[in-house]
Ligand binder design. Structure first.
Ligand code: HEM
Ligand SMILES: [Ca+2]
Length: 762
């Protein structure tokens, strides 16, 4: 290893892989950033952020998107051996070779006593010798354990990447998956398909990258995980020793319910944020082998299950006996099950990697699903349309009898491309909006092109809907949340016409930092109430827990229009240290007197996903770490000090929420950068990005079509799909509260531009 000058990571390019060699030029001073190991030609450099971490002396990895070379890991392990030997018998064992395999086994044995056999198996999978090896060992009378260590050593030292079979990757809807050792590979035949695949595969057809961003693909990371055993053990201890406090304690002491309406943005901004989230990210909890959920609490929540009964995936959130709220219900335990990992059994070494079930791209997977099979259940196969539930002459989402997605008492329960569609009724409404827009466009395209068959109409419509969704996300939504400065700095603003932003080296995948922390800023923007107006009279105040997993109100004739009027006219809440009780006490309460605390889930999820403490991300963004609580300021410092032993313990989601908004962004710099970085990935890592021209995008739009698409606005889509029962006008800037410069205009006004679809005539 060569120590080199610590590079300054410019804010604008968390993902600028090209610049790595410049920044990491060799220079033997004491800054510890390390020159990246040389990657074999078919792999490429990733995770440049290691470079900005002075204490990450070892982390630069060669990766094809998520799997680090073994050498990269070996170095990580070496470091943890020297720094943290207690917990790391296993690495010691590897370091010392065969002599210490007993220690390795001891490690496993200890574990199995504490948390059951399955966990041992989990750890074992990283080091498990192949069947061939085991047979050979048996023939030669070698101890299995010896083989075990030999294999681990071999794997660790190997740099080259071999082909092997791996058939347990994600869900596939075809048989084209061919995988290599540590390069999960989709075989991309027909790379010039005009339409993107529903599962997101083969977006990047270069070798080793076919699965990038596809459904079931692992999330990326900006920084290496903070697992206490470097593999999967969540961060649970303060840097000063002793346990971190329970997420619930942090939540109830730091995040009260205060009404602070945002001065400019409306609830549709909140709702669109969740909509985008569900398009790009879905982690899934581990389940029992029969698919049933895992329970980590006993006696109706009054206790955490004893260790011998606790499933290895349990990370229950403990509740203090003096919790002002939950103590009333004798609750001492909130269920929490850890996220599923990508099963990469043939890659024997590595830390746990969470997957996303959604395609990581902004590609309408929330509308169309992520498998051909699911999509087939959503289509009519006639006229390119999606199935609807026709209700009083209005199109609603199809209903389902499978009530696992809704409260049992709900009169309606809907299906869409994403299983979370019923999570809150305003989300269901936006899902309905895009369903209607799809069918409306399908109607227009088929009347323009009567010779088109169902499949062509469907695919062309889907392509256009995705373009509209991307246009709204990048053009209307993103600048409002990250602010124009970040928008510029991250080169997210582009002139009209074709984009030059595509870069096949950029991995489009969701980062853990984005989905387990930064983009959850949105939870702070949720208002606990919807003020629903009938014409201009206040009709009903809905408490949000009453419309979670309970979307029946959409069966009321006026409701669809009314909820859009509420979303556009009611302010969202500001991003700050306030979370509505609707989420922090009553999440999914059903008919119970209490529900979950989403803030606790967020904090625990961050620990589950190995997010590092907030300070590390400050540094990643080129800022100084905060070393004393006083530096957090008079307001925030004392609060944090109540719940964290050290300023270096602060969870990322909490630290980010506490930052002051700057430069026109609605949150502080750390969230801004993580989010901007993610949107750079969504754009520059998506070959089918709607603004990409014919040289890269097989599904490109003509310049004239693109010119029309760039007139898209959320306001126009709302207008075109309203029931015209309670919604006849709309402000042109759909995410901005109506004001003098954003007055509602009649839906047929050309102040809200319409698209000329004649350019879609064959
Ligand atoms: C409107 C009410 C909302 C409800 C009821 C809700 C509920 C939830 C729940 C239950 C989770 C899973 C928590 C866990 O176990 O880790 C979650 C995750 C998440 N939420 Fe929300 N949420 C809401 C709004 C939003 C908004 C407005 C945003 C963003 C602007 C957002 C962003 C996220 C993100 C990024 C995740 C992680 C997704 C994943 O990767 O699985 N949510 N939310
Ligand atoms: Ca997607």
């Amino acid at each position: 290893l060569v120590t080199i000058e610590k590079p300054h990571l410019p804010h604008n390019h968390l993902t600028d892989y090209d610049k790595i060699p410049d920044r990491c030029t060799t220079n033997n001073n004491n800054n510890k950033c390390v020159k990246p190991i040389q990657c074999p030609a078919h792999l490429h450099m990733n995770e440049i952020s290691f470079c900005s971490m002075p204490e990450s002396t070892v982390g630069i990895c060669c990766t094809t998107g998520y799997n680090h070379s073994f050498e990269g890991h070996y170095k990580i392990f070496k470091r943890s051996i020297s720094e943290n030997s207690n917990n790391n018998q296993i690495y010691k064992a590897i370091e010392n070779g065969k002599e210490t395999f007993a220690e390795t086994l001891e490690y496993f044995d200890n574990k199995s006593d504490i948390i059951g056999k399955e966990n041992t198996d989990f750890h074992a999978q990283f080091f498990k010798p192949s069947d061939n090896k085991l047979e050979e060992a048996a023939r030669n009378n070698k101890a299995v354990e010896e083989i075990f260590i030999e294999t681990a050593l071999e794997e660790l030292r190997r740099l080259s990447v071999q082909e092997t079979d791996l058939n347990t990757f994600g869900e596939t809807d075809d048989k084209t998956t061919k995988t290599k050792r540590c390069i999960l590979e989709a075989s991309c035949t027909n790379v010039n398909r005009r339409y993107r695949r529903v599962d997101g595969r083969c977006n990047n057809p270069l070798p080793g990258r076919g699965l990038w961003g596809s459904s079931g693909f692992p999330m990326e990371r900006l920084l290496p995980p903070a697992y206490e055993d470097s593999i999967w053990k969540p961060r649970q201890n303060s840097v000063l020793g002793g346990k971190l406090l329970s997420p619930r304690t942090i939540s109830r002491k730091l995040l009260p319910d205060v009404d602070r309406p945002h001065p400019k943005l409306n609830l549709l901004t909140m709702q669109f944020g969740q909509f985008i989230t569900h398009d790009v990210s879905q982690s899934a909890s581990i389940t029992l082998t029969n698919g049933q959920p895992i329970e980590c609490c006993g006696n109706n929540g009054s206790t955490i299950l004893p260790p011998n009964l606790l499933h290895f995936a349990c990370l229950p959130i403990s509740i203090d006996p003096n919790d002002e709220f939950y103590s009333k219900f004798n609750q001492r335990c909130m269920n929490f099950v850890r996220s599923q990992l990508v099963s990469n059994q043939d890659c024997k070494i590595g830390y746990g990697k969470q997957l996303s079930r959604a395609t990581h791209f902004i590609d309408g997977s929330i509308i169309y699903g992520t498998t051909v099979r699911l999509l087939a259940t959503l289509r009519t196969f006639s006229g390119g349309k999606l199935r609807v539930f026709n209700h009083l002459n209005r199109e609603l989402l199809p209903q389902t009898n499978n009530r696992t997605q809704c409260e049992t008492f709900a009169r309606a329960c809907f299906v869409a491309g994403d299983s979370r569609v019923n999570q809150i009724i305003s989300l269901t409404a936006v899902q309905t909006l895009f369903l209607r827009e799809h069918n409306r466009i399908a109607g227009i395209l088929s009347s323009l092109n009567p010779h088109w068959k169902d499949e062509t109409i469907f695919q062309e419509t889907r392509r256009l809907i995705i373009a509209k969704l991307q246009h709204i996300a990048f053009n209307e939504y993103l600048p409002l949340i990250i602010g124009h400065k970040n928008f510029r700095v991250f080169s997210l603003n582009e002139p009209k016409g074709y984009s030059k932003s595509y870069n096949p080296d950029i991995n489009p995948s969701i980062t853990n930092e984005f989905s387990a922390a930064a983009f959850r800023f949105g939870h702070s923007t949720v208002d606990g109430k919807f003020f629903v107006h009938d014409k201009n009279r206040l009709d009903e105040i809905i408490e949000i827990p009453d419309v979670m997993l309970e979307p029946s109100r959409l069966l009321h004739l006026n409701f669809y229009d009314e909820i859009f009027r509420t979303l556009t006219n009611q302010p969202m809440q500001s991003v700050d240290d306030s979370i509505t009780r609707g989420l922090s006490q009553f999440l999914f309460r059903g008919r119970n007197p209490f529900g979950f605390d989403l803030a606790s889930l967020n904090i625990q999820r961050g620990r589950d996903h190995g997010l590092r403490p907030y300070n590390d991300y400050l540094e990643l963004g080129g800022r100084k770490k905060i070393n004393t609580f006083a530096e957090y300021g008079d307001e925030v410092g004392p609060l944090l000090e109540q719940v964290y032993k050290s300023p270096h313990d602060v969870d990322l989601w909490i630290g980010g929420l506490m930052e002051r908004a700057k430069h026109g962004s609605i949150f502080g710099p750390t969230f801004s950068e993580i989010i901007a970085d993610q949107f750079v990935r969504f754009k520059s890592g998506d070959r089918y990005y709607y603004k990409n021209g014919p040289e890269v995008n097989p599904g490109f739009f003509t310049p004239k079509q693109l010119n029309e698409i760039e007139k898209t606005s959320i306001a126009r889509i709302i207008c075109d799909n309203s029931d015209r029962i309670a919604l006849f006008e709309q402000a042109p800037h759909g995410f901005v509260l109506p004001h003098e410069g954003n007055k509602p205009v009649p839906c047929d006004s050309n102040i809200i531009p319409t698209l000329d679809y004649s350019f879609w005539k064959d």
